[in-house]
Design a protein around this ligand. Sequence first.
Ligand code: HEM
Length: 109
Amino acid sequence: MTFLAANLQLTIPQTVALMGGHTVGRASRSESGYQGVWKGRADTFSTGYYVSLLSLPWHNDVSSFNGKAVNQWSVPRRPGGGGGGGPAPGGGGAADAIMLNSDMQVRMN
Ligand code: HEM
């Protein structure tokens, strides 16, 4: 947050709004090493990104891909099967829901 604020001259509210860009799209192993979607549907605009960011029990999830540590956040699967953590209100939360450190900065600040 402070990095973006200092280097792009953004206010905190502007930074939070900008990170809402992650309400669309997904991350894929082949592109970035990260894997998953930020909310239930990757092709619609909604408040789901923020709802899921604030409401789900995110856990740090470090994996290895191509010999590189991949540091992302996921929602632990519920005991007894079921999709990981979801669904959250507002369409947030998918079986392969993720957040990146940059997203979690919005939650933690
Ligand atoms: C510090 C800030 C940010 C970081 C670290 C970051 C990081 C990432 C990463 C790692 C991916 C996954 C790429 C892939 O695997 O294909 C991604 C995807 C994406 N990001 Fe960001 N991002 C940031 C800010 C933003 C902002 C400000 C926007 C828009 C306003 C944005 C919009 C998107 C979109 C739309 C995708 C999905 C692309 C696709 O579906 O192929 N991101 N971002």
